[in-house]
Design a protein. Structure first.
Length: 192
């Protein structure tokens, strides 16, 4: 609203891909989390929030509505998971290792939220996703959150920029809005 002629391009992808684009100056700002130790040397990071995760299925899945689902019961179901090396994938693998189990082999790998949602709603699959991404689908009754006896959280995500570079005014304004919280992105209330 403050800059009606400004174009803001929003890309979706893995943190690793976004950070590679940032490193090669194809992007000015990334909202992600570090995936490699060297990223801490290349980039500045300003935390936005932790990312609570949940396990979900389609509302018609046989596990939907169970009072508690042991992780051991999940290994035999097909999963929709993020690609190898992504923080979300590593968290799925860590959960299975902590339970003394193999990571499921019957998987579809994708970063596409649309593909994941379609598979969850039409096949008996399980996925670990950010609560913020699936909450509207859960409220609408299309997905079911599985009850687990342990919390699932990823490291904070945040605003990442190239170290020792001054951001352009437009990128700076965007960063300031992100750091001010969701109300800043919505702008002031409109009067009819």
């Amino acid at each position: 609203q403050d800059w009606p002629l400004l174009t803001l391009q929003v890309l979706e992808g893995t943190s690793a891909n976004m950070l590679a684009m940032l490193e090669h100056k194809e992007l000015d700002v990334v909202v992600a989390r570090f995936t490699l130790d060297r990223h801490r040397e290349l980039f500045d990071f300003q935390a936005l929030a932790p990312e609570p995760l949940c396990l979900v299925t389609g509302s018609q899945h046989p596990l939907a509505g169970a009072s508690e689902v042991p992780l051991a019961d999940l290994g035999s179901w097909p999963w929709v998971i993020y690609p190898t090396g992504t923080p979300m994938r590593m968290r799925v693998e860590q959960a299975f290792v902590e339970a003394g189990m193999q990571t499921p082999e019957n998987t579809v790998e994708t970063v596409s939220l649309q593909t994941t949602m379609q598979l969850l709603q039409t096949t008996p699959t399980v996925a670990m996703l950010a609560e913020s991404m699936v909450e509207p689908e859960i409220r609408a009754g299309r997905l079911t959150r599985l009850a687990l006896p342990f919390p699932l959280v990823l490291a904070d995500y945040g605003v990442i920029t190239r170290r020792n570079e001054v951001a352009q005014w437009s990128a700076k304004a965007f960063i300031d809005a992100l750091l001010s919280g969701p109300d800043a992105l919505r702008g002031p209330p409109q009067t009819p």
